[in-house]
Design a protein around this ligand. Structure first.
Ligand code: NAI
Ligand SMILES: O=Cc1ccc(S(=O)(=O)O)cc1
Length: 482
């Protein structure tokens, strides 16, 4: 039990009430145990909510400058330990080391961004006919916030939820994914080292059905911020109390449109980088490539050459482009969709589970490129979350935009073109929370809003940027007469 990572409740690192634990393994080499963690249950989750509620009055009353200091010190801690934390991130969910290093760096940047923005976030004053009265709004903390995070960005996604929650005076219960709990724990460790008082941030590892259910079902939890599958988002939406607000960052079926005038080398790079890096496991990953028929053959040749050149392997080794899928469930799901794709379309390349000495112990799948895909095919409509590109032929801009918009999702979309008319129309016509011109569907800035349209979001509250503070605060309107 001594080498089991514990949970944090009320400032104490403790075991689960049940004493249960679980282990995680390296998806690039399943023989390797990454860590043993506490399998918290409902009782532990309730204790975490109670600890957060107890810590709320003092934390809310603390000077914003002091709260900011904690975030800045935590950022410095992450940077000091970046080499170790990035390697751990790669070992627990498989992304190549350079991407893990980038994520740890962006996580520190996010903490620093909210340390600054949170100190200038305020209300408005309103003109008033009564000369003896001043009318203004102030933004106030909500109380206890639950942060429920996935495994694909186990540092940066929780950071951009936890940092705005804390800086605005809320207290937090954080549940990471059981598939990547170690990096979440390192983020918590950094914030504790930064000087957080006991109970302000609580960390509970355990099953969604127990820990998650308590977090989403407790009326003392005033807000739930969640990133993950649309199915889980729907369950959470149904389970929260009327007084609990939700922020949801859900699935995507993100299109890249390649117009007839595009630079085809650049467009092929966008498809590969946007669709396959992270082994396709990004909510903003390109999964549909809509290509004008005039350039289809030339584009396809460039795309396939690039896909065939990708090096797939353990992300800790130099020169690896794609790591494994992160979990057994991902592996099964992706192979099952590749099977479906073979029935629906033409497999141009890839799609095999990789074997042999470099791959046999990991969840490795060769990227798959399908052509002749009908826009209504399952592989063109459903989120796969893996290295699978569905290439769809289009004959006009109008047809491309109609197909691009014809899914339940609307997270990110890109166009490759040099024509300003297409650029203008695309930015207007596409139903998507993020729009990219000659850039990958993936990647977003810390200082800009992020979120989806349609089924890619829940309440529509945006994350990231200054607007990311809105979700964590409520407005009080004050009429103050002398
Ligand atoms: N939007 C995104 O960035 C992500 C999307 N996904 C999608 O979800 C699929 C399944 O992956 P999973 O890891 O199983 O995602 P998931 O959506 O089931 O889990 C994400 C997080 O939510 C928690 N959770 C799940 N159901 C919950 C509930 N009812 N109440 C409270 N917490 C709950 C999980 O424990 C985890 O911490 C992927 O194949 C992909 O399509 C997964 C990860 C990230
Ligand atoms: O998968 C969705 C996703 C990916 C990255 C980020 S972050 O910018 O690194 O926080 C957010 C969502």
């Amino acid at each position: 039990m001594s080498d089991t990572h514990r949970i944090l409740i009320g400032g104490e690192w403790v075991a689960a009430a049940s004493g249960q634990t679980f282990e995680t393994r390296n998806p690039a080499d399943r023989r390797e145990v990454v860590g043993r963690f506490t399998a918290a249950g409902a009782e532990d989750a309730r204790a975490a909510v109670a600890a957060a509620a107890k810590a709320f009055p003092a934390w809310r009353a603390m000077a914003p400058g002091k709260r900011a200091q904690v975030l800045n010190k935590a950022a410095a801690y992450l940077e000091q330990h970046a080499a170790q934390f990035a390697r751990e991130l790669t070992r627990e969910m498989g992304k190549p080391l350079a991407l893990a290093q980038d994520e740890i760096a962006r996580t520190a940047q996010t903490l620093r961004f909210y340390a600054v923005e949170g100190q200038t976030y305020s209300g408005e004053t309103f003109p008033c006919d009564d000369p003896d009265m001043v009318v203004y709004t102030q933004r106030e903390a909500l109380g206890v916030v639950a942060v429920i995070a996935p495994w694909n960005f186990p540092a940066s996604i929780p950071a951009r939820k936890i940092a705005p929650a804390l800086i605005t005076g809320n207290t937090v219960v954080f549940k990471p994914s059981s598939d990547a709990p170690l990096t979440g724990l390192r983020l918590v460790e950094a914030l504790v080292a930064g000087g957080l008082p006991p109970g302000v941030l609580n960390f509970v590892t355990g099953r969604a059905g127990e820990v998650g259910a308590v977090l989403t079902g407790s009326p003392e939890v005033r807000a739930v911020t969640f990133t993950g599958s649309t199915a889980a988002g729907e369950q959470i939406h149904r389970s929260v109390a009327m007084t609990t607000r939700t922020q949801m960052e859900l699935g995507g079926k993100n299109p890249l449109i390649v117009m007839e005038d595009a630079n085809l080398d650049a467009a092929a790079d966008l498809a590969v980088k946007g669709g396959l890096s992270l082994t396709g496991q990004a909510c903003t990953g390109t999964s549909r490539v809509l290509v004008m028929t005039q350039v289809r053959e030339a584009f396809l040749a460039k795309l396939l050459a690039r896909v065939q050149a990708l090096k797939i392997g353990n992300g800790l080794e130099p020169g690896i482009d794609l790591g494994p899928l992160a979990t057994a469930k991902q592996f099964e799901t992706v192979l099952s969709y590749i099977g479906i794709g073979k029935q629906e379309a033409k497999l141009q390349y890839g799609g095999r589970a990789l074997t042999g000495p470099a791959h046999e112990h990991g969840w490795f799948v060769e990227p798959a490129v399908f052509t002749d895909v009908s826009p209504r095919a399952r592989i063109a409509q459903e989120e796969i979350f893996g290295p699978v590109l569905a290439v769809i032929d289009v004959e006009s801009y109008a047809q491309a935009i109609a197909i691009a918009n014809d899914t339940p999702y609307g997270l990110s979309a890109a166009i490759a073109t040099r024509n300003p008319r297409y650029v203008h129309d695309f930015c207007r016509d596409i139903e998507s929370g993020t729009v990219k011109v000659n850039r990958t569907t993936t990647g977003n800035l810390t200082n800009a809003p992020f979120g989806g349209y349609k089924a890619s979001t829940g309440s529509g509250f945006r994350e990231s940027g200054r607007v990311g503070l809105e979700f964590f605060t409520q407005t009080k309107t004050v009429y103050r007469a002398v």
